[in-house]
Design a binder for this molecule. Structure first.
Ligand code: K2U
Ligand code: ZN
Length: 171
């Protein structure tokens, strides 16, 4: 089912999430719900804290045109990152309609546990690299606006507080 996506500022988006001890049926269901929620947004990534679950789980599918390629990552960790950096104009489903350039390592090697409990390891480049780093940041309570200067971050936070007030009024 499609789950509501938390909007910044929200304390649950700032928490360091807990590792997943065991891949339960419930967590597999959560991962499926996150993929459905991500495709509906639409987005190319989503982290569990964004739907209010402070567990170390992210989903991604950075394929634009072509058959979908969903990836479910439990306890993902970056085990290597390139010296080269790449800049991407990032957005975030928890900070709607705000975009800013963020510099990150251009390639990363990531290790995780998949939905079958199997350890996986893959090197990501391009948009996949940007996305997986953006999602793992979410698991550490870090948002892309944390890479911006204090004034720009504050301006965006103020806009989100206004948006939340308006949404609360609409009901
Ligand atoms: O985690 C999220 O909020 C989903 C993010 C993932 C993402 C952000 C920046 C760069 C790459 C991935 C996005 O909102 S998904 C929407 C999107 C789609 C294409 C390109 C950038 C952002
Ligand atoms: Zn995000």
């Amino acid at each position: 089912m499609i789950r509501p996506i938390l909007i910044h500022p929200d304390p649950r988006l700032k928490k360091v999430c807990d590792p997943v001890a065991e891949i339960t049926t419930e967590l597999r269901r959560l991962a499926e719900d996150m993929l459905e929620t991500m495709y509906d947004a639409p987005g190319i990534g989503l982290a569990a804290p964004q739907v209010g679950v402070t567990k170390r789980l992210v989903v991604m599918d950075c394929i634009k045109d072509g058959p979908p390629e969903p990836v479910i990552l439990f306890n993902p960790e970056v085990i290597w990152s390139s010296e080269d950096l790449s800049t991407y104009e990032e957005g975030c489903l928890s900070i709607p309609d705000q975009y800013a350039d963020v510099k990150r390592p251009a390639e990363v090697q990531v290790r995780w546990i998949d939905q079958d409990g199997q350890p996986q390891e893959r090197q990501f480049a391009g948009l996949w690299a940007t996305c997986v780093q953006h999602e793992i940041d979410h698991l550490d309570g870090k948002l892309f606006i944390d890479y911006l200067g204090p004034l720009k971050r504050q301006m965006i936070t103020r806009k989100m507080e206004k948006l939340k007030r308006e949404r609360a009024r609409e009901g």
